[in-house]
Design a protein around this ligand. Structure first.
Ligand SMILES: Nc1ncnc2c1ncn2[C@@H]1O[C@H](COP(=O)(O)OP(=O)(O)OP(=O)(O)O)[C@@H](O)[C@H]1O
Length: 664
């Protein structure tokens, strides 16, 4: 049994419905240490036969046996392994990877062995020394002569320490001096006990071999043994591995570095899409924050005020009254009845306190007053202090204590004077309330209260503590009846649901019991609208991403087309289909990540510039790019790039190695 056996190999191409038989039953045996020259005319099928032996072409009849094992019985993974471990290819037109330097081209094969990186570099340099190129290891293929390129290709073929070297017209593109150098190297390889199969149409080149096989018209014409095969040499077994994503990623980086301008442009293009998305999200949240900030600086959106819905008080008694005194008494009774109707009791408030998300409830009291300072009398509404009156609205002084009053700026101006309104602070104002006492008598509640503070309020209102209010009315035997309550809700997002539940409470008349005043639900709705608008704007900005995805697809397709031959070389060296697709996914990943980083940097730049431009106007940073938005932008960029790579990577992986190698 020979090391390599060809059994009745037949191959035909069908062109224009016509079958063109190239190989018509080839039977050959090869052994280690042989230097075979396959001699034949151009177009005789030599390359076709080499592709079959090298495991690149499996569309043929007959069989190739390696150590008795049929190549036909091997699956795709085993064929990849065969090319990776057993065969080393040398091509007529060198087929070096143009963006890798000489050493990296050799390392391409060494990367498929399990030796350490340092050892790989050492061996790569030793191989280059062997082919006389130690000084050119950092040069790129386009900086080498034809002979030098072919010597790099030989070093690369040797790097994985294969048993078979297939050299398809290795000197076809070389002058006689380089031909001799290359053939000498191949001869020395055979002398090391490897099987070297050279294809040539030159008798001179064929004469280097230990056996010449004449291929003519698709058949073996004759075989001529001109030298003894070399002895087999015992060698250390090499441990191999697949290329894997890391190696393909490195390779893609090397490719991108060589084509940096193209990739920079596409990364720049994609980054515009990402930055517009990030800025739109930032603008949306900035506007939302600005609006909330503006509103909440005036009011507390989670504190809502409720009062009872009161029905009409009967006026029959008033109508029946015959005397002025009786009429007055009837009116007073109506006033007391209305006050009773409007009263919010502890039982009422306890029920509301039990509603989910209600943090606290406070009873309050409001009434109309006449407030005066010296001769100035102003109608003002009184309310007891509560959490809807924000500390930040108190511009001068403090909240009221007992027998003190907090007044609005408008009222202060009316009482003391527009320009010197601040002087109202610490002055005593008189507060009068017309009321009805327990005995149904009209009384005037009157109290001098010290102004503790002035708010920014533009209403004529005054604020006292509940204790002060109660003491004031009780002093005149008037019952203190709280007529509003403040319901404090835990979160803005819960305001709406609490509002619904309060509105659902029915009174004894089966009708809605409470009026509800608060802007929390309005803010909540506004926030929803802003979010919606932001999403729409972000979606529009997302169109830019679609364009960038198309750009990436185009660039990757161009890349696949430009690198078709390289793909063929990689497959010949033993790269798997998956490795080829990884090459393009790695590029897409790099584009996605760099576009995201660039997009975020641009976004930040827009944020700084935009905020600087608008700050003088509204004193608030209107663009607020959050960490989540940046992370989102990053994810979208990477996902879109990877999706864009799907089709080109798939196409690249499915390319036929033989067709790829003959791609022009
Ligand atoms: N993919 C293909 N489709 C159709 N015909 C093909 C294909 N590939 C090769 N052929 C034909 O097969 C024949 C043998 O080609 P092959 O490349 O094996 O010849 P060769 O002996 O290596 O020639 P050369 O020395 O010029 O490289 C040629 O006539 C060629 O036209």
């Amino acid at each position: 049994m020979s090391f390599l056996e060809l059994h009745d190999i037949r191959k035909a191409y069908t062109l224009n419905h016509e079958e063109n038989v190239i190989l018509k039953g080839i039977n050959l045996n090869f052994d280690r240490g042989e230097f075979i020259s396959i001699l034949g005319e151009s177009g005789g099928g030599k390359s076709t036969l080499m592709n079959i032996i090298g495991g690149l072409d499996h569309h043929y009849d007959g069989d190739v046996l390696l150590d008795g094992k049929s190549l036909r019985s091997m699956n795709e993974r085993q064929m990849d392994r065969y090319r990776r471990e057993t065969v080393g290819f040398i091509f007529q037109n060198f087929n070096l990877v143009s963006y890798l330097n000489v050493l990296d081209n050799v390392l391409l094969s060494l990367k498929m062995t399990r030796i350490s990186h340092a050892e790989q570099v050492k061996q790569g340099e030793a191989l280059l020394k062997r082919v006389g190129l130690e000084k050119q290891s950092r040069q790129f293929p386009n900086e080498l002569s034809g002979g030098q390129k072919q010597r790099v290709a030989i070093a690369r073929a040797l790097a994985s320490d294969p048993d078979i070297i297939i050299a398809d017209e290795p000197t076809g593109a070389l002058d006689s001096e380089n031909t001799q150098d290359v053939m000498d190297i191949l001869y020395s390889i055979a002398a090391e006990g490897k099987l070297v199969i050279t294809v040539t149409h030159s008798q001179e080149v064929a004469d280097y071999g230990t056996r010449i096989v004449h291929l003519d018209d698709g058949k073996i014409h004759d075989e001529l043994v001109i030298g003894a095969p070399f002895d087999e040499v015992e060698k250390e077994p090499t441990r191999y591995r697949v290329l894997g994503f890391r190696q393909m990623f490195k390779m893609s980086m090397q490719h991108m570095r060589r084509m940096w301008l193209r990739y920079l442009l596409i990364i720049f293009g994609s980054s515009i899409g990402i930055s517009s998305i990030v800025v739109m999200l930032g603008l949306g949240s900035g506007i939302q924050n600005y609006m909330n900030h503006q509103i909440t600086s005036q009011v507390n959106p989670t504190a809502v005020q409720i009062s009872k819905k009161t029905g009409k008080v009967s006026t029959k008694a008033r109508d029946k009254a015959k005397t002025a005194k009786a009429y007055k008494a009837a009116v007073n009774k109506e006033t007391t009845a209305a006050a009773k109707n409007a009263q919010i009791t502890s039982a009422n408030i306890n029920k509301i306190a039990k509603i989910k998300h209600v943090k606290s409830t406070t009873l309050g009291y409001y009434a109309g007053t006449q407030t005066s300072y010296k001769k100035n009398k102003v109608t003002a509404s009184l309310q007891t202090d509560n959490q809807t009156i924000l500390a930040k609205t108190i511009k001068n002084g403090t909240r009221p204590g007992t027998n003190e009053v907090l007044i609005g700026r408008k009222l202060a101006k009316k009482l003391v004077g527009t320009k010197k309104y601040k002087q109202a602070l610490n002055k005593r104002v008189t507060v009068k309330l017309a009321m009805v006492d327990k005995h149904n008598k009209s009384v005037t509640v009157k109290k001098r209260l010290k102004v503790s503070g002035i708010t920014s309020s533009n209403d004529t209102n005054i604020v006292v503590t509940p204790k002060t209010a109660k003491a004031m009315v009780n002093a005149k035997k008037v019952t203190y009846r709280p007529n509003f309550a403040i319901v404090q809700i835990d979160k803005l997002s819960h305001v709406k649901s609490v509002e619904h539940q309060i509105k659902a409470i029915k009174g004894s008349n089966k009708k809605q019991q409470y009026n509800y005043t608060g802007i929390g639900d309005l803010i909540d709705s506004l926030n929803t609208y802003i979010r919606l608008a932001t999403n729409v704007l972000t979606g529009v900005a997302g169109i830019a991403l679609l364009v960038s995805a198309i750009m990436i697809i185009v660039v990757l397709y161009v890349s696949v087309s430009e690198r078709t031959r390289e793909i063929g070389v990689l497959r010949a060296l033993g790269a798997r289909k998956r490795d080829i697709s990884h090459l393009f996914f790695a590029e897409a990943l790099t584009i996605g990540v760099l576009a995201a980083i660039m997009g975020i940097i641009f976004g930040q730049l827009w944020q700084v510039l935009g905020n600087a431009a608008i700050y003088s106007l509204i004193k608030y940073p209107i663009v607020r790019i959050s960490g989540t938005a940046m992370l989102g932008g990053m994810t979208v960029s990477v996902v879109i790039s990877l999706l864009a790579a799907l089709a080109p990577a798939h196409m690249a992986a499915r390319l036929d190695p033989v067709e790829s190698l003959s791609h022009e």
